[in-house]
Ligand binder design. Structure first.
Ligand code: GRF
Length: 198
């Protein structure tokens, strides 16, 4: 399958996908200064900054995004640190073929600043989640999760960086599994062939 990655920032997850040999054909950013665009450039992947200010609203922006993906014949999409909500028509177009990575054990701490939310709440364990995207906020069926123990001296930075190392393993594994047809969705449950018995 041809995959695209939507980004906003640093792009460490994009780099992890590239290094793991995932078939990434396009990178789109809504921020011109996203370091992820440099990573795409260096990796020789087609990339584009699509300026939200040139569109009337989020629906119009996502229509342009969908057109771009269609022209590039993109079949599946990763949101890797993408900080914009995706509108329902785009979500539906890629239903079951659009995934997101989130720095908490969902459904705990959805939305922005999930690492800070976990620290502020005082939980002892948080983690990373890879999930399918639906029209809610970080609410789609969960593909993979891994826990990260919070240390007493953790800051938002130290904890975020341990969570990111986990993301960098979980996300490429999910892309490979979907790409190889090893995953199916049954309601809220995601069934992975690798974990089936017998
Ligand atoms: C990741 O921690 C991801 O979970 C969150 O944003 C961060 C993106 O980092 N949604 P990067 O741009 O992939 O380095």
């Amino acid at each position: 399958m041809k995959w695209a990655v939507l980004v906003s920032g640093r792009g460490s997850n994009l780099l992890a996908l590239v290094e793991a040999g995932c078939p990434i054909y396009r990178v789109l950013s809504h921020r011109p200064q996203a370091l992820a665009l440099d990573i795409a450039q260096k990796a020789g992947i087609a990339h584009r900054f699509l300026n939200p200010h040139q569109f009337e609203d989020r629906l119009a922006y996502d229509r342009a995004l969908a057109e771009d993906l269609e022209v590039a014949e993109i079949e599946a999409v990763v949101l890797a640190g993408y900080l914009r909500l995706i509108t329902p028509p785009l979500v539906e177009r890629y239903a079951g073929r659009m995934i997101n990575v989130h720095p908490s054990l969902l459904p705990a701490f959805p939305g922005l600043h999930a690492v800070k939310q976990a620290l502020d709440y005082g939980v002892k364990v948080t983690g990373a989640t890879v999930h399918f995207v639906d029209t809610g906020l970080d609410s789609g069926p969960i593909i993979a999760q891994e826990a990260v123990t919070i240390r007493p001296d953790d800051t938002e930075n130290t904890l975020a960086s341990r969570i990111q190392s986990v993301e960098h393993r979980l996300l490429p594994a999910a892309v490979h599994a979907i790409d190889q047809g090893k995953i199916r969705i049954e309601g809220r449950k995601v069934i992975s062939e690798d974990y089936q018995e017998g």
